[in-house]
Design a protein around this ligand. Structure first.
Ligand SMILES: Nc1ncnc2c1ncn2[C@@H]1O[C@H](COP(=O)(O)OP(=O)(O)O)[C@@H](O)[C@H]1O
Ligand SMILES: [Mg+2]
Length: 306
């Protein structure tokens, strides 16, 4: 079996201040955050649902059975730079607080794929799930989960591409099958393990994967209010006038011939570019920001290949 270091990036125990701050800084995802907390809590610790039913309905209710065989899988799909990775790697902070147990964040290393050996992908994915199983057993008990494990499979497109996709290599298909087998092995196991799959190309995901997902969350580009919120947050302290902020909100929106800015276009391109115009000799001005916003071309929408 592959050693843990070859399967995962270093495991992170949550809550942790950096991840917590990233979680808090995400704008416009409050609905997703709220739903995710509940979904994740029930998948990680089904006892909670029984406790709820007992408290509020005086015992088990038929609806409980609807939750028992759900696969512990969430799909985060949508535009590039819309917070999928950040949320996947940070919602464990919120979950840890909500459940009052530590959450361990595992991130699958997909970099090892593609060395050309058929079967390598299968064993990588198989070993990763086996590891999650073993660790999940250690922290589950009759009293409920003593910890929760989250496995994030980021940029999963290549791994989980539709088995129907053309020109797919044998090895890739094996990756999908191994992933499905892994998910199925966790389903109904009552282990406190949650898998989050992130993809920029929802359409390319294997339908069998989509079907298993307990919840699919779609991430979109920021609307006007969200752009305003991101800009206000990120421009804090620079002394930018409110009128300029409003102008930036407008300039960064969609136009007839191009989409609006992504979240990361705002935070990782627009504002840094304005700062670099000024650094190191002078302060950032309103004009710097407007000038950059007038020139910068937003990230194109990812063309869905089907
Ligand atoms: N909802 C959001 N609110 C605030 N900033 C965001 C949001 N989504 C993305 N960002 C910014 O964009 C960067 C990239 O986000 P990331 O989660 O990596 O996107 P992706 O959806 O491509 O995985 C983040 O570090 C953050 O600065
Ligand atoms: Mg990402």
């Amino acid at each position: 079996m592959t050693s843990q270091d070859n399967l995962f990036h270093p495991v992170i125990e949550l809550p942790e201040p950096t991840h917590r701050a990233r979680y808090d800084r995400l704008v416009g995802l409050d609905d997703i955050k709220a739903r995710l907390r509940k979904e994740a809590a029930l998948l990680a610790d089904p006892h909670r649902l029984h406790a709820w039913a007992t408290t509020h309905h005086g015992g088990a209710v038929a609806a409980l059975t609807l939750f028992t065989d759900r696969a512990p899988l969430f799909v985060f799909a949508g535009d590039i730079g819309s917070g999928k990775t950040v949320l996947a790697e940070s919602f464990g902070c919120d979950l840890a607080d909500f459940l009052s147990v530590p959450v361990y964040l595992y991130r699958l290393k997909l970099a090892t794929r593609g060395s050309g050996l058929v079967g390598e992908m299968t064993s990588l994915v198989g070993d990763a799930f086996a590891h999650m199983h073993t660790m999940g057993m250690r922290v589950s008990g009759p009293q409920g989960a003593r910890a929760v494990q989250i496995l994030v499979v980021d940029e999963a497109d290549a791994l989980i591409q539709s088995r129907e996709a053309q020109q797919m290599h044998h090895e890739d298909r094996a990756g999908v099958d191994a992933f499905l087998a892994g998910i199925d092995s966790l389903t109904g196991s009552r282990l406190p393990v949650i898998v989050v799959l992130c993809t920029n190309r929802r359409g390319a995901l294997d339908p069998a994967v989509m079907r298993r997902s307990a919840a699919t969350f779609t991430f979109t580009r920021p609307g006007e209010e969200q752009r305003q919120a991101v800009l206000t947050q990120a421009l804090d302290g620079l002394g930018i006038r409110p009128e300029t902020e409003r102008k930036l909100v407008e300039l960064t929106g969609p136009t007839g011939d191009r989409p609006g800015y992504t979240f990361s276009d705002l935070t990782q391109r627009l504002i840094p570019a304005a700062v670099f115009r000024a650094f190191p000799d002078r302060p950032v001005t309103d004009d710097d920001l407007v000038a950059v916003a007038e020139k910068l071309v937003p990230t194109p929408v990812f063309a869905e290949e089907s």
